[in-house]
Design a protein around this ligand. Structure first.
Ligand code: DGL
Length: 265
């Protein structure tokens, strides 16, 4: 019997689920370990040095414990900082999640693109370099949202989240006159993995229609390419859910669709 690959997906919280579900669809035979560093959530409120000092050793502990074949850092706030540190420290292959500025700018017709991320992500030198290298003449508006990741987390946990609170964070993405569809923003990059959890609300609340760019399918393709051809005999029961706070989690049912119908233990 061939062993199924072990894929570890890491985020500060539940946002990485939006990346996980695409990877599960692409590699159903894999064994999945999802780690939410909820003890340190939200990463967007921490300084750069703090995040590096937190994530690099924690990933080392997870490698020792789970021996993953591949690790996905399903968090823009961390990936825009830690990837080079992780690759220098560990041999395990890593895939990161960074703002999809290049495809968004390639696609925009009005040449006005907004990047909606955490405050940390939009302040990063990494993000500014992506704009310098790949904006292709587009005007890129950086929107750092302090609260949306927590609102998404709350909504996924079954709580009521107010439209007004979501719209307050979303509104700065919409630049230009609503009546001028030749020059207003037409593309918004979802630069935080939590945000696709609120996509239905975003679409409903947006002052005009835009393309929302979610990099999760591209990340799943990259993971699949790195793993190579499918191997293993399937691991339909293989899904683990770890919270660094060690809190007992009661979300198994809610999270099942993200794990392709498996119950995360
Ligand atoms: N999901 C994370 C991201 O992609 C960040 C949320 C947070 O912890 O602030 O940036």
């Amino acid at each position: 019997m061939t062993k199924s690959p072990i894929i570890l997906v890491f985020d500060s919280g539940l946002g990485g689920m939006t990346v996980l579900r695409e990877i599960v669809a692409a590699r159903p035979e894999a064994h999945f370990v999802y780690v939410a560093d909820d003890a340190f959530f939200p990463y967007g409120h921490h300084g750069e040095d703090e995040i590096i000092a937190r994530v690099v050793p924690l990933i080392g502990e997870l490698i020792d414990r789970y021996a993953p074949d591949l690790i996905v850092i399903a968090c823009n706030t961390a990936s825009t900082l830690v990837m080079s540190h992780l690759r220098a420290a560990y041999k395990t292959p890593f895939v990161g999640t960074v703002p999809a500025i290049k495809p968004a700018c390639a696609r925009s017709k009005t040449r006005r693109v907004s990047v909606l991320g955490t405050r940390g992500t939009v302040q990063r030198e990494y993000t500014k370099a992506l704009i310098r290298d790949f904006a292709q003449g587009c005007e890129v508006t950086l929107v750092g949202s302090p609260e949306l990741a927590s609102l998404a987390e709350s909504a996924l946990s079954g709580n009521e989240v107010s439209d007004r609170d979501i719209l307050a964070e979303l509104a700065p993405c919409f630049v230009g006159a609503a009546e001028n569809d030749k020059s207003r923003t037409d593309t918004v990059v979802l630069a935080c993995t939590h945000f696709p959890l609120l996509l239905d609300c975003f679409v409903r609340l947006a002052p005009w229609p835009v393309d929302w760019i979610d990099p999760a399918p591209a990340i799943a393709r990259r993971v699949s390419d790195l793993l190579g051809p499918s191997r293993g005999d399937g691991d339909a029961s293989g899904a683990e859910m770890i919270f660094t706070s060690n809190k007992p989690h009661r979300l198994s049912r809610t999270l099942m669709p993200f794990f392709g119908g498996r119950v995360p233990a």
